[in-house]
Design a protein around this ligand. Structure first.
Ligand SMILES: C[S@@+](CC[C@H](N)C(=O)[O-])C[C@H]1O[C@@H](n2cnc3c(N)ncnc32)[C@H](O)[C@@H]1O
Length: 194
């Protein structure tokens, strides 16, 4: 079985057992992932964090762009997918964390990321959990860093704008369904206490 077919089945199985947590029945396309990563300077990053790494479509592309001394911390809550990521990429720059992105701080040892890549299905999550996960994005970033978010609807844009000074939006048709890509920078009104 090809990786792509196997990954499709893995995601479908995970979706069947927990649809709100997985949020998608098809893996993200490589074209959409590449368009998202083009919105930040991954090759210059010292630390990249990926949230909701799933079957590793973005993980693979981040590693391909990452410098030799840089690190990627990939967080995935579903144990079978986290195991797949560990087995698939024997790359010393990659640390796979099996757990919730809510607890990211505990895995960064006080460090902050230059780029955060979120594959999390914000719109299908319960509202309280969605807010806590969105709050992780600015908190995990170094000043000057970029948070990249992929979604299948524009609904989360307002919540991103409250947390960041600037949110650039790109829509890519090269995904099923078409994907909204957000590149978020700078502290937003919430961080300024307004
Ligand atoms: C839409 S899928 C990403 C799929 C990935 N793009 C792919 O093609 O394989 C969302 C992923 O986020 C993970 N996830 C959901 N809630 C999470 C959380 N709180 N912490 C970490 N990962 C989470 C799910 O288990 C799922 O693998």
């Amino acid at each position: 079985m090809t990786d792509a077919l196997g990954d499709g089945l893995r995601l479908l199985r995970a979706f069947a057992s927990n649809p709100r947590q997985i949020g998608a029945v098809l893996p993200t396309s490589r074209t959409a992932v590449r368009a998202m990563l083009d919105l930040a300077d991954v090759p210059a990053a010292g630390l990249v964090v990926e949230l909701g790494a799933g079957t590793g479509v973005a993980t693979r592309e981040i590693l391909a762009r990452l410098g030799p001394a840089a690190r990627l911390v990939a967080v995935e809550i579903e144990p079978r997918l986290a195991r797949l990521l560990t087995e698939r990429f024997g790359d010393p720059r990659l640390q796979v964390v099996c757990g919730s992105a809510e607890d990211l701080d505990a895995h960064l040892d006080g460090d902050r990321a230059d780029v955060v890549v979120s594959m999390l299905p914000f719109t299908s999550l319960e509202a309280g959990l969605r807010r806590r996960l969105l709050d992780v994005l600015p908190r995990a970033l170094r000043p000057g860093g970029t948070a990249l978010v992929i979604q299948y609807s524009p609904l989360v844009r307002g919540e991103l704008r409250r947390r960041f000074a600037a949110v650039r939006t790109v829509v890519t048709p090269w995904n099923v369904p078409p994907a909204f890509l957000f590149a978020c920078t700078g502290p937003g009104a919430a961080a300024a206490g307004r």
